[in-house]
Design a protein around this ligand. Structure first.
Ligand SMILES: [Zn+2]
Length: 363
């Protein structure tokens, strides 16, 4: 079982629809919570009983009030799931796993869940998703073939809406055409493969970053709290979102390609203090989204049945000669590996990727 999450590409009307459903979920959840709290002390009212009563009141009375007519235009699966959430929240509280359920507020983020009452639905492969009771929406990244799920959660992060759901298939049937690959993650190129393929961060990302630096300097010069400074900050905010978008798109394409192409993928576990202590390198790595890269690569390898091997973080991949295993120091600015022992002359990153490919865990 694994989770899939995709950004939705919504127009204004669709985004409003999602916001309304999130509001509906909040109203129902809070109504149920408040009734439950009022009925504390009356022993015969268990959580389930109260929540069932809430459901009845909502269906037979609240929704029939003229001021609640808006609820009837929305998916009834939203309130069914809101009450399931409430029941689960109380169960966690009773088991001591969580605090007492709190009232949902807009500030906690907007999200809601719908499900198909006829069991699992098979999703079509491609750039759209049909969400039960809500309709068909565009996605920023296509879905592969053969996914099925019953429950779908829609949530808002920043300015974007996402859909997430769990699929219980062990993996998707993909036959990777190639065997093993070693990947070196670097600053000059984002990823260098032992197959000699090189993936650079996209150009628009560089341009956006240059622009960001300019705007930040501008904001710094402007009068604090002035209207113009606020305008600049708004621009900076939008640019950050754009950068995140470009980066994610780049990483999605790259990780999908890797997981569908290679049976075995070896990549350095770069979560290393030594590396982060080097500020220049640390900046470049976090900036390019190494952690996001690894997160995507992990779940996509699971999804497509590729094996992922994380290479020991202390393995000196750039210092070893990939031909004769001699070792020498390699300062960051040296871009080529010239081996004094065997005479090999090779690009630094390619040499590292070959070492990563050849790495075996010590027994
Ligand atoms: Zn050598």
């Amino acid at each position: 079982m694994f989770a899939i999450k995709r950004a939705l590409k919504l127009n204004n009307r669709e985004a409003t629809l999602m916001a309304k459903h999130a509001g509906f979920r909040r109203v129902v959840f809070n109504m149920g919570l408040s009734l439950r709290v009022q009925m504390y002390g009356v022993l015969e009212f268990s959580d389930s009983k109260v929540i069932n009563e809430v459901k009845k009141v909502l269906t037979n009375q609240v929704k029939k009030q003229p001021e609640c007519a808006w609820m009837n235009q929305l998916s009834s699966r939203v309130y069914q799931n809101a009450l399931i959430d409430l029941k689960k929240a109380f169960a966690r509280y009773r088991e001591g796993k969580a605090g007492h359920p709190k009232f949902a507020s807009r500030r906690d983020g907007q999200s809601f869940t719908v499900d198909s009452s006829n069991g699992k639905v098979l999703l079509k492969a491609g750039n759209t998703i049909k969400i039960p009771t809500l309709g068909t929406f565009r996605l920023d990244e296509p879905l592969p073939q053969g996914l099925a799920s019953q429950t779908f959660t829609i949530s808002k992060e920043g300015n974007r809406w996402f859909v997430s759901f769990c699929v219980d298939a062990e993996r998707l049937p993909v036959q990777q055409p190639k065997g093993s690959v070693g990947i070196d993650i670097g600053i000059k190129s984002f990823a260098t493969l032992s197959t000699q393929q090189v993936f650079d961060a996209p150009k628009p990302l560089q341009q956006a970053k240059t622009k960001l630096a300019t705007l930040q300097r501008k904001a710094h010069r402007q009068i604090k709290g002035s209207r113009n400074q606020r305008k600049t900050y708004n621009k900076i905010c939008r640019l950050h979102a754009r950068i995140a978008c470009i980066r994610k798109d780049f990483l999605h394409k790259l990780t999908t390609y890797l997981a569908k192409t290679f049976k075995l993928i070896k990549v350095e576990d770069l979560n290393v203090k030594g590396l982060l202590a080097n500020h220049k390198l640390a900046g470049a790595i976090s900036d390019l989204g190494f952690y996001e890269f690894r997160r995507q690569l992990e779940y996509k390898c699971k999804m497509y049945g590729a094996s992922l091997v994380l290479v020991d973080r202390w393995f000196p991949s750039s210092k070893i000669c990939s031909n004769c295993t001699a070792k020498k120091d390699m300062p960051l600015q040296v871009r080529n590996y010239d081996c004094p022992a065997c005479g090999l002359s090779i690009d630094r990153d390619l040499n590292a990727s070959l070492n990563i490919l050849n790495w075996e865990p010590s027994a």
